[in-house]
Write a protein that binds this ligand. Structure first.
Ligand code: ATP
Ligand code: MG
Length: 253
């Protein structure tokens, strides 16, 4: 092993020990010096160009808290959320989940992290149109080979809490936006993930439906002791969270 690799590993181990202690103190996510650069091919010059979207973001998220991320369009909010959810690798820096370096996970472990530890909620719901609300919600449990009877009961209980019990046999195309988002929240919570990542969950909703969705989302998050990281442009939506982080030019401002 090269000398510089040894030094890098030593530093990495030191950070990991620190992150391990942090996890023991209730820190769920610990982001250190994160960078993300996208490469795009310029269609005119045919040359590869780079954009630094995230530049040196460090932050800590404690278990059970709700954190809002705000910033102007294009500042890197979705990119950051994708990295935290293990959907996108950073160019540099680390994300520790319960003290473990996420991007040192092997592929299988990363898939398991995404499936069992994270629940995603998207602005455009991403429900499967050819499945009923019941089947959309039960799908994550079936992928985990959970007991069918217990899964059915869980879906009904969750639908009840999200006030869509009367919509379980409907298809997404037959629902209002707010109902679709409540079904998507139910699906995100079905596997009992620790972390909920919501990217502008009220972005397509009117004010009243947005408020209902946020009350249910943050209510369930507190009651079920989940950690929520939510992106929004709306100050009133941000007020539902415990604290807000502002991103400007790829950095926390
Ligand atoms: N796959 C990609 N390849 C190249 N550039 C990308 C890619 N994804 C995003 N970008 C660029 O990175 C920047 C940040 O994108 P991102 O989607 O994270 O912004 P955002 O803060 O979520 O914006 P919005 O509020 O509009 O959703 C944008 O300028 C975008 O063009
Ligand atoms: Mg976005």
């Amino acid at each position: 092993m090269k000398k510089e690799n040894k030094i890098e590993d030593k530093i990495e181990n030191k950070i990991e020990n620190k992150a391990g202690r942090a996890a023991a103190q209730g820190e769920l996510l610990c982001v250190r010096d994160l960078h993300k650069r996208y490469a795009v091919e310029n269609s005119r010059t045919m040359k590869r160009e780079y954009t630094e979207v995230i530049q040196e973001i460090s932050l800590t998220v404690r278990a059970n808290e709700s954190v809002c991320i705000m910033g102007r369009s294009g500042c890197g909010k979705t990119t950051l959320l994708k990295i935290l959810g293990g959907l996108l690798a950073p160019t540099a820096g680390s994300v520790y989940y319960k003290g473990e370096n996420l991007f040192r996970y092997r592929q299988k472990r990363m898939e398991e992290y995404r499936r069992t530890q994270v629940g995603f909620v998207f602005q455009d719901y991403k429900l499967l149109d050819h499945l009923t609300v019941r089947d959309n919600m039960i799908l994550p449990l079936m992928l985990e080979h959970k007991d069918v009877g217990a899964a059915v009961r869980k879906v009904e209980e969750m639908a009840d809490r999200l006030q869509i019990a009367g919509r379980l046999e409907y298809y997404p195309g037959e629902l209002s936006g707010g109902e679709k988002q409540r079904a998507a929240i139910g699906r995100a919570l079905m596997n009992d993930p620790e972390l909920i990542l919501a990217d502008e969950p009220t972005g397509n909703l009117d004010e009243a439906s947005g408020r209902i969705v946020m009350e249910l989302l943050t209510g369930l998050q507190k009651e079920m002791h989940k950690t929520l990281i939510l992106v929004t442009h709306d100050k009133e939506i941000a007020d539902y969270c415990d604290r807000t982080i502002m991103i400007r030019d790829g950095r926390i401002s």
